[in-house]
Design a protein. Structure first.
Length: 195
């Protein structure tokens, strides 16, 4: 049976201080999706609401009801917000997709998975703990291996060259999510898990 993604959550930290950091690529994908939705002629402009400690946008995409969310709990406590959203909207876990940065992937690499460990990412660790399972889809976005301390690295901004690469990667992430919503996760994995 073809499951549609209903709840798409981008991870990051709220506030201007973190807006352009490597740790906020999940937020960037949600923001880019919102901008794309706002440019559609046939649909009303979606509005932001605050639900379950998250900034939430409800809209439709390829005839599916879509909820975009950015938890406002800071990265390390993302699980509380995600679990609350899953309960509030009664989302089956196969219809959840978490977007987040991954230091184990080169900059510009996307990886879509149906399940898996947290890979050391604190936001995912929190989500797995609150949902009590690793069995939910995720879209990992490579930010490259840390130079120096991990916490310092993920809270720095991309270099000029890296920013060009990440801008293209965000566009590809949107294409991957569209494939996931319109078709299914296996199609998206086959199409986007190679560079």
């Amino acid at each position: 049976m073809n499951k549609k993604v209903k709840l798409i959550v981008g991870l990051g930290n709220p506030g201007m201080r973190y807006e352009h950091t490597k740790h906020n690529v999940g937020f960037r994908v949600i923001d880019a999706l919102y901008e794309a939705f706002c440019q559609r002629d046939s649909q009303p402009r979606p509005t932001h609401t605050s639900i379950c400690n998250s900034l939430v946008i409800q809209t439709t995409w390829h005839n599916a009801s879509i909820i975009l969310a950015k938890p406002m709990t800071y990265m390390n406590n993302s699980g509380a917000a995600v679990a609350a959203l899953v309960r509030r909207f009664e989302i089956p876990l196969p219809e959840l997709c978490i977007i987040y940065d991954d230091v184990h992937l080169d900059i510009g690499v996307l990886r879509i998975r149906q399940k898996g460990s947290d890979g050391g990412q604190k936001g995912m660790k929190s989500i797995i703990r609150h949902l009590d399972t690793t069995e939910f889809p995720r879209l990992r976005i490579g930010i490259g291996e840390p130079v120096g301390a991990l916490i310092d690295y993920v809270l720095t901004e991309f270099s000029e060259d890296e920013e060009i690469e990440i801008a293209h990667t965000v566009d590809r992430a949107i294409d991957a999510l569209e494939t996931l919503v319109r078709d299914d996760i296996l199609t998206a994995m086959n199409k986007f898990n190679s560079r």
